[in-house]
Write a protein that binds this ligand. Structure first.
Ligand SMILES: [Zn+2]
Length: 385
């Protein structure tokens, strides 16, 4: 593993700062025109370092993954971090225009990454660049590996910050969160994700002599209902009840005269903060206690929620209302993002970004107006923090 940390207090591009004064649209298009397919940053992190040249830059590059942490201490106070990724998924085929040559049609910008999530990155970079004053420390975390394994991405920056005692108090991840109209959704948490495999061992035999075998399908049949119809918790204002979803069951040999002696069942649980991996383990161990079985559980993401009455949620909610005239819903739905990592390390984390209806799809697009409004929101957050 190739691990490199650079601290660039005075970036060499400092003298070149004028070249980095650009309009929001120019900045957005610049990000979009770089072919930064995971984990390649295509030079974008160097560019961002130059763009925010009066921030101290720390680069943490591990193998192919590039990470950048930028910070500026304006005054004594709390630390607010904007986080995101510059990498995008491959464009795929069938686009009406070049996915890395942004074009505008009817107010929409078309390019890979317009929604996920170069719009968000452009908005917070511009807001940070324009910040004249701030009540505390302002920072940015960017990675080139969020869409891939994310093994050496944001998590490595957070490990570094933890060592330096610099974990942000609050963070805003600018992933696309809105559904119908811009401003309608702020994410204040995410469900976790736990994958499981249960292997059941029996004794194979002839279908005509069931008494001489231990049929694994017969063994689990009476338990299936208790597995899938069980609520691990009752849910709350932030989460639906945590349930187990069976994704695969296989046993037997696709014949009618041999009874199976082995069965493998796979499942996933999207869990709320009220149900842990240990809770699931205990439930299954009790349910299957009469059987010869093996359970493997893997938590791929932890659940988190930032309190509705916390400073960051209230501030973001009021600023979104103010700029968009929309009353945002506070949700925890969807898949996982790097927000869970920030939360896990102790930053009170929320997510706000543009409308999410074409992420990872062909002809990904986003209204320029949304990026402008998102920038206004972030600028106001910085002012009012
Ligand atoms: Zn994303």
């Amino acid at each position: 593993m190739n691990f490199k940390v650079f601290i660039l207090a005075n970036h060499p591009l400092e003298s070149n700062r004028k070249n980095y004064d650009m309009t929001l649209q120019k900045l957005f298009f610049k990000l979009l025109s770089h072919k930064s397919i995971t984990p390649d940053d295509a030079g974008l992190l160097d560019f961002v370092q130059g763009y925010l040249s009066d921030f101290t830059a720390i680069r943490i590059d591990i193998d192919d993954t590039k990470n950048l942490f930028l910070y500026k201490v304006f005054s004594k106070g709390e630390h607010l971090c904007f986080a995101g990724h510059v990498d995008v998924v491959p464009p795929g085929v069938g686009w009406d225009s070049d996915p890395f040559e942004p074009s505008i049609k009817d107010g929409f910008v078309y390019a890979r990454g317009t929604q996920d999530m170069k719009s968000g990155v452009a908005a917070f970079l511009k807001a940070c660049k324009d910040a004249k004053d701030f009540n505390g420390t302002l920072s940015v975390i960017l990675t080139s590996d969020e869409e891939g394994d994310a093994k050496f991405g944001t998590i490595e920056v957070l490990k570094y910050l933890k060592k330096k005692d610099m974990i942000p108090d609050f963070s805003i991840v600018a992933e696309p969160t809105c559904e119908g109209i811009f401003g309608d959704t702020i994410k204040i948490g995410r469900r976790g994700s736990i994958n499981g495999t249960i292997e059941v061992f029996g004794k194979q035999g002839h279908a005509a002599y069931p008494q001489k075998s231990i049929n694994t399908i017969n063994l689990i049949s009476p338990l299936l209902d208790k597995l899938t119809a069980h609520n691990f918790d009752e849910g709350d204002e932030n989460f639906a009840p945590s349930q187990l979803v069976v994704t695969d069951i296989r046993s037997g040999m696709e014949v009618t005269n041999v009874t199976p002696g082995y069965l493998k069942l796979m499942f996933n649980v999207r869990n709320s903060t009220k149900t842990s991996k240990e809770d699931i383990e205990a439930y299954i161990n009790t349910l299957f206690k009469e059987l010869d079985f093996k359970l493997i559980l893997n938590q791929s993401a932890k659940s988190f929620v930032t309190k509705r009455d916390s400073k960051i949620v209230k501030l973001l909610q009021s600023v979104v209302q103010d700029i968009t005239k929309v009353n945002p819903q506070l949700t925890t739905g969807g898949g996982t993002s790097d927000a869970r990592l920030l939360a896990e390390f102790g930053a009170k984390t929320v997510e706000l970004g543009v409308i999410n209806d074409r992420i990872h799809a062909i002809n990904e697009r986003c209204k320029l107006q949304e990026v402008e409004d998102l920038t206004k929101i972030f600028t106001k957050i910085i002012e009012k923090f």
